[in-house]
Design a protein around this ligand. Structure first.
Ligand code: ZN
Length: 242
């Protein structure tokens, strides 16, 4: 099992770890701990480098395989058992963190606007642009209003907390205090321990394994680019940080 450093501290850019396994046919490295984010929950995998005495490898992709994290690399392969240093491409990751926290605010702002829980039926974060699909008819005029709600929360400098719960009851207590507007615990969430909840204080709480900012103010400049009707009552909102 790979210990996920970013689970508790998403701001770690450089870390030391031990090589647990090398899979030459996949050009993959498994470490005992990692700050590299493996692609999941609509957030793309991190990039970066892994260095050790006498070698260096570029990390091209990162994926979960069971409870292990595979770093797919280009370059040298280390010996099993040695110590290495990992460094993630911070510019790329920080942009994804800003986008991910913005995505949570967008979800909350759509709910605030329509005064009811609006189901999210799809989402994807990107470096240039991200998207979120809502089961609701959202008009072009609504977009400005939704953007203003988000901007208010950004300007209010809301704190963001990571909660790690061992029991679903505890996790549900927090989700319930926010009216479950962020989302409910699914079978998928319950399979993983601890249960991780991201709370944007006073805004929402959402089960999520992604990397988030400490404060909404770090989102900085952003825009809701446009809305598109996807049919069947689904509207896609495209957004980005600048
Ligand atoms: Zn999330």
């Amino acid at each position: 099992m790979t210990y996920l450093i970013y689970y508790e501290d998403p701001y770690v850019r450089k870390f030391k770890a031990k090589v647990v396994k090398v899979i030459p046919e996949k050009n993959a490295i498994v470490l005992d701990r990692t700050a590299f984010y493996p692609e999941s929950g609509g957030q793309p995998a991190d990039r970066g480098v892994i260095r050790w005495q006498g070698g260096v490898a570029k990390v091209k992709d990162v994926q979960f395989e069971g409870d292990e994290v595979l770093h797919f690399v280009e370059g040298d392969l280390p010996q099993e058992g040695i110590e290495v240093e990992g460094e993630i491409d911070w510019d790329r990751r920080y942009k994804l963190m800003r986008s991910h926290t913005l995505a949570h605010l967008l979800m909350a702002a759509v709910r605030e606007k329509f005064k009811e829980k609006v189901p999210v039926v799809g989402s994807g974060l990107g470096l240039d642009e991200s998207r979120m699909d809502f089961k609701a008819k959202i008009k072009r005029e609504d977009l400005k209003e939704i953007e203003d709600i988000i901007r208010k929360w950004v300007n209010e400098k809301r704190e963001i907390r990571i909660h790690l719960f061992e029991s679903p009851e505890e996790a549900n207590k927090l989700l319930e205090s926010y009216g479950y507007q962020g989302g409910n615990l699914t079978e998928e969430h319950l399979k993983k321990k601890p249960i991780r909840i991201i709370e944007i204080v006073g805004v929402n709480a959402d089960p999520c394994g992604g990397t988030h900012l400490r404060n909404t103010s770090e989102i900085g400049d952003f825009e809701l680019v446009k809305r598109e009707s996807k049919g069947k009552g689904i509207t896609r909102i495209r957004f980005r940080v600048r």
